[in-house]
Ligand binder design. Structure first.
Ligand code: ZN
Length: 87
């Protein structure tokens, strides 16, 4: 998987296979973001730091939450419902 920082630079949706351009502070385009379980969305918001997309220094917690979101979308596919797994 490409580094998050590399993909953030291009300002495109982080969902696998999606090249839609989004504002840098958003992780995903709206359709993908709405596929994300609320508890994972909350994790991303909780660890988001204003300006991190400018200085490219997101916290490890944010990156971990972002990876979980990307994985959740990749696992779910466009027409499946979510099964939330706790590791
Ligand atoms: Zn997308």
């Amino acid at each position: 998987m490409p580094e998050i920082s590399e993909r953030t630079r291009k300002h495109t949706c982080h969902a696998e296979g999606c090249a839609k351009r989004v504002p840098p502070r958003f992780l995903m385009c709206a359709p993908h973001w709405y596929m994300v379980p609320n508890e994972l969305q909350a994790e991303v918001y909780r660890h988001y730091r204003p300006g991190q997309e400018i200085d490219k220094q997101p916290s490890p917690e944010y990156l971990q939450a972002a990876r979980a979101v990307i994985e959740a979308v990749a696992t779910a596919g466009p027409h499946s419902s979510f099964v939330i797994r706790h590791s």
